[in-house]
Design a protein around this ligand. Structure first.
Ligand SMILES: [Fe+2]
Length: 412
């Protein structure tokens, strides 16, 4: 080998080794965050399922582990031994191509494996994944990195759900347990009220270039943004209290038909987790029941409520394209880290979208009907998970997530 060729080979091998180290570190960091979030929860806390939409903590810990076992270790781990053949049935969520699965609303009935056995499952899979990253030949390493990467982003999504789901469970307990006594609502950074004019015209949205994205952020494409303005700040609890005092929840003309049906069926008179005591409003939080802070952005409102509030204000919700263009032009504050923000955009495929081949093609594409897009991120979103093009989505009646809103105005 010539000196030039040897130096080239050396450079290539050090790039491969750097990549191994990077993915080992990232894997350990993300996996340990799941355990950090679960640590304050007893085995009894971890087994409970308070509604069909929410899953037990123990299930989240096992399901994220199954994801690596099913999609990484079974196809690519040489001599990998499946931890327990029965777990695929228990911990597959919605991947039809990966086989049959336990009914989602019945996840809370699974007392065994217990929390300790799930910890053993996590350790078993961690050892095998780390071994694979450390020793895979370079060609195989290239093949598995995208699977490790989506597995970690998947796990981060479940880290958010660990918090939203236990909050829902704790809110059903008349003693209102505290997840974290030191919990503080994040303070909004934006100190400007009012609206910013969007640059009307043709803009690019969607993910392009380097870095991870989910398939639903693709392909990048052009959109037409009409003349409009977008609120610099999030809607606050103080504004929501005005809406309530003005009969917002009692005025059918403000509501979409499905929204009014939800108000009547659910008996909504305030955002989720709010309760009135002696004329003052309190809310269930990760720190237990606390007084509603008028300066904090409103949270736990459904799309229907966000839409009705906007109508009451004589405004509307931004479209997801308006939101992304506004962010790229630095027009909005508190886009990330407080509440996901409802948009008026239905969750639809971008022009030219194709789900990926195989079971992972079920990740996003098959949910593109009847849901609305939310942008930004929330206080429960793990560090490093949010980005400008991220498309979250929920059904319009759901409000157990940290969901709020900012307004838009077409009268530019
Ligand atoms: Fe999942």
């Amino acid at each position: 080998m010539s000196r030039a060729a040897a130096s080239h080979a050396h450079r290539r091998s050090s790039i491969v080794e750097d990549s191994r180290r990077h993915w080992l570190d990232t894997y350990r960091t993300v996996r340990s965050e799941t355990e950090r979030r679960s640590a304050p929860l007893s085995p009894e806390d971890q087994a409970i399922q308070s509604m069909a939409d929410a899953s037990p903590t123990k299930w989240h810990r096992a399901h994220t582990t199954w994801f690596f076992e099913q999609f990484l270790l079974v196809p690519h781990g040489e001599n990998y031994r499946v931890f327990d053949e029965r777990f695929a049935f228990l911990f597959n969520s919605y991947y039809v191509a990966a086989g049959p699965r336990h009914a989602r609303p019945k996840r809370g009935l699974i007392t065994r494996p217990n929390a300790e056995e799930v910890a053993g499952y996590r350790a078993h899979v961690d050892r095998a994944v780390e071994e694979l990253i450390e020793h895979a030949p370079p060609a195989l390493l290239n093949e598995i990195i995208p699977i490790v990467e989506i597995g970690l982003h998947h796990e981060q999504q479940h880290q958010e759900l660990i918090l939203t789901d236990i909050l829902h469970a704790f809110a059903q307990n008349p003693t209102y347990p505290v997840y974290n006594a030191n919990w503080q609502a994040p303070r909004p950074q934006g100190n400007e009220s009012g609206f910013a004019a969007l640059p009307a015209g043709v803009h690019g949205i969607g993910h392009k270039g380097e870095g991870f994205s989910f398939d639903n952020e693709l392909p990048a494409h052009r959109v037409l943004v009409e003349r409009a303005r977008i609120a610099k700040s999030l809607v606050t609890n103080a504004e929501w209290l005005e809406f309530m005092a003005d009969g917002g929840y009692r005025t059918p003309a403000l509501w979409l038909s499905d929204g009014w049906a939800a108000v009547e069926a659910e008996g909504w008179i305030a955002p989720g987790y709010w309760q009135e005591q002696d004329g003052a409003w309190f809310m269930m939080t990760l720190g237990g029941v606390r007084p509603v802070d008028p300066g904090s952005p409103v949270s736990h409102v459904s799309y229907y409520e966000a839409d009705a509030f906007a109508r009451w204000k004589g405004k509307q919700l931004p479209s997801e394209a308006e939101w992304e263009v506004a962010l790229r032009h630095h027009l909005i504050a508190d886009a990330f880290g407080i509440v996901w923000q409802w948009t008026r955009s239905a969750y639809l495929p971008y022009p030219g979208y194709r789900p990926p081949a195989g079971a992972l093609g079920e990740y996003n594409g098959k949910f593109m009907v009847n849901q609305m897009v939310l942008r930004g991120s929330s206080l429960a979103t793990p560090e490093g998970h949010a980005r400008a093009t991220y498309r979250n989505f929920f059904y319009p009646s759901q409000r157990w997530q940290f969901t709020g809103l900012r307004l838009a105005d077409c009268d530019a």
